[in-house]
Design a protein around this ligand. Sequence first.
Ligand code: SAM
Length: 410
Amino acid sequence: MPTQTSSEDDILLAKRIISASERHDLAALTVLLKTGSANVQDPTATIATSPLHAAIVACGKVEDGKAGDDAVKTVELLLQNGAIWNDLNKEDDTPGCIALRLGQKKIYEIMIEAGVRAELLFAKMEALGLGQIKVDVDVEVDEQVEPAVEKEDSGDEVEEPSPKKQKISNGEEPVLKEKIDEKVLDDVSLDNHAYLKSQLRYQPGILLDSSDNAVMMDWETQIMQRHATTLIPRSGLRVMNVGHGMGIVDTAIQTHDPAEHHIVEAHPQVHQRLREQGWYDKPNVRIHEGRWQDVLPKLVAEGVVLDAIYYDTFAEDYAALRDFFSDYVVQLLAPDGRFGWYNGLGADRQICYDVYTKVAEMDLYEAGFDTEWEDIEVPAGLHGSHQWKGTRRPYWTIDVYRLPVNTFIK
Ligand SMILES: C[S@@+](CC[C@H](N)C(=O)[O-])C[C@H]1O[C@@H](n2cnc3c(N)ncnc32)[C@H](O)[C@@H]1O
């Protein structure tokens, strides 16, 4: 009888791990995970491609019964053994997406907590210069969700490749640099500097970059107006908006009669638009041309104090938002002032949105802010509507916008 090769052994072990996960057989799974990985893949499956996917699919719809204790413990055991929260199956679903669709709320909450833990840990490791560990995970599992790239986008610097890119290069930096350049040329929203050099198009109801990304759309008008109202409770306040875009939020800010209205904007074509629309001549309006990273240190040095700050840029990632509030809002905001920001990261996938909303709330708390949330339904029928025609991808596919208002913890 022929002996099994190690790869046949591996396939068999993977199948047994996925099968034990599907049966919520904790005893078998505990033994199998001593030698096997919680991230094995079944290439023949479409939905239950990983142990986590298998364990969650097997819970079935909540109408037919809530996930039992063993199902919950199976998911927890897999996560404790390093199962990746945002691994994708062939239908482009994470395990959390499946839990949400099945209505299995408890499992969904566990997946959100796992996402939050992972993202906070990765951020800490990046801060300590240990980002390489995340890289290993990213490279091993190539089918994994990247947060949505709209608004607070991946601001990977071409000049300083992220650890992930360094890992992919395997030391072949010139090749890597070309690959990154190609990617950024193809999609300027991957790099803030590339975006700021790119050609913008103002069209009715939409602002597009040269890669056809929607930078701003007019379906967000209600959201912008609400941001202005929640940040500015009375007239005569000192307000700053970072990122002018289509001018929707700045127009709303003007209706609250501010004593000072600072606008920080970095794109030359947006400056041109501000000029054409007379913003430079409006009383109490002060326009600061440049990236907020360069402008705000000067305002701090000038001793500027603000009652309300709003942040909505483009082609910047979550780390930029975190730097913005922990480095600058803390210095510029009056003690009883309010801070608001466009909460759009991960808005093309509910679980990513929920994870990033929580991560932001925790980081804000660490920086000294309380957060209050207001839920706003986005216009019905937005997803799949003609409004996205001609755009690279819809950056918003979920039903509810969670509007944050931050104040200093008392
Ligand atoms: C999504 S739009 C803002 C839309 C705006 N809230 C409105 O109501 O129309 C983002 C804006 O941020 C600007 N921007 C991007 N990166 C920036 C940076 N680092 N500093 C300042 N402005 C930036 C973009 O040029 C763009 O005008």
